[in-house]
Ligand binder design. Structure first.
Ligand code: FEO
Length: 396
């Protein structure tokens, strides 16, 4: 169903209630998502972003409720990732002479995806395109989160369309932030930030300062996923400033995998040590936990404690993906510790500690290794590790 944001500006996107994995299978989306596309009807007609390819016919049907798609003059591709550009071939099929407006890095990536001789217009930060009563003003936002990422601002209506920024993978019955469950909304917004934007946090802070310095009145922030921020729209900007600062809670996350429960018992003993010092923790068995949900918890917390038995002179394969995420997401202001059982060679703890070092996460307690099943003395060492980490959390 098409939704009017304000007179002459329409949401013509798609709600994808069934989506459970995104970016291939990289990101869990328990509450689905939306692909937001916006149609501006002025003297010229502009479409801001499209939808993921499988939904392109729905986009065309939605546009047709307002105007004949052949009448679109300008298609702004704020970002070429296919969840937003996938509908471009269908849209351009209806209006082949429309101009595709892209950032300075956008032409290469849109062309790279679709290999079509569309008429491109590159824009830089501050450039305007007049569409009649109002202008579209562009702000390049490289690496938020791709080199081509760009924001579009509509004067007169005071709408910022920042593409992926300020989005959430959140399918809902209604389109606006004041119409949905606030707890779910912020849970999804944080998970999205933690899993996608964390490594670009410094750029997020810089870009927010740059946009605020433009002193553009903002009445609506209309991202490309999830709900549209119309009630107190700057609330999500402030939240991004807070998240980008990466000031963690005084808490811990313990994550582990286990073969015969020894490493699990060690994890629980570490938890006992943390709790004895009043530090809350969450404990995740990675073989059965959702990695992206765990990342959201890691994002919030100060201490990351990782355990694996040794297998084949390494760690369990189920632990490797989250180690790779921790490296790639470049979390700031964390501390770490490691533990695990072994039978003979016993490399796992050392490997995890080396990984912390590569991630520039200081190890604040000596790793604990237990041979075969942990003895009471081993579990006491684990509790001591928990207390040591707790002290470092408190001291931070
Ligand atoms: Fe970077 Fe929603 O795509």
């Amino acid at each position: 169903m098409v939704t009017e944001l304000t007179k002459g500006v329409y949401w013509v996107g798609v709600v994808d209630w069934g989506l459970r994995k995104f970016h291939g299978h990289e990101l869990s989306t328990h509450r689905g998502s939306t692909y937001n596309s916006y149609l501006i009807v002025d003297e010229k007609i502009a479409l801001i972003d499209t939808v993921w390819g499988p939904f392109q016919n729905r986009l065309i049907e939605n546009i047709r409720e307002i105007v004949d798609p052949a009448k679109i003059d300008i298609v702004v591709a704020n970002h070429s990732e296919t969840d937003h550009s996938g509908g471009l071939p269908a849209v351009m099929g209806h209006t082949p002479n429309a101009t595709v407006v892209v950032s300075s890095r956008g032409e290469e990536s849109v062309e790279g995806h679709y290999h079509q001789p569309w008429k491109f217009q590159k824009v830089k930060t501050g450039e305007k395109i007049n569409i009649g009563q109002n202008d579209m003003v562009f702000v390049e936002a490289p690496m938020l989160h791709w080199p081509d990422s760009m924001f579009t601002y509509l004067t007169g209506k005071n709408i910022l369309m920042p593409n992926d920024a300020f989005g959430q993978h959140y399918a809902t019955a209604f389109r606006f932030n004041d119409q949905v469950n606030q707890e779910e909304l912020y849970e999804e917004a944080l998970k999205y930030y933690a899993n996608i934007l964390t490594p670009f946090s410094k750029l997020v802070l810089k870009k927010i300062e740059e946009v605020l310095a433009l002193k553009l009145p903002v009445e609506i922030i209309a991202p490309s996923h999830g709900v549209i921020w119309r009630k107190d729209p700057l609330q999500i900007v402030k939240k991004y400033q807070e998240w980008a600062a990466q000031v963690p809670q005084k808490s811990a996350v313990i994550l582990y995998d286990t073969m015969w429960e020894g490493t699990r018992r060690m994890a629980e003993a570490i938890g006992d040590g943390l709790a004895a010092e009043g530090i809350p923790f969450q404990l995740f068995h990675m073989a059965v936990s959702d990695r992206n949900d765990v990342i959201a918890e890691i994002f919030k917390t100060k201490a990351i404690i990782i355990g694996s038995p040794t297998l084949n002179q390494g760690i369990l394969a189920t632990i490797a993906p989250i180690l790779e995420d921790i490296r790639g997401l470049r979390f700031q202001n964390k501390i770490g510790a490691a533990f695990g059982t072994y039978g003979w060679s016993g490399e796992s703890v050392k490997l995890i500690e080396e990984h912390f070092s590569r991630c520039k996460i200081p190890v604040v307690a000596p790793g604990v290794r237990a041979k075969w099943q942990p003895k009471p003395a081993d579990l006491a060492e684990c509790a001591k590790l928990g207390r040591t980490v707790a002290a470092a959390v408190k001291a931070a």
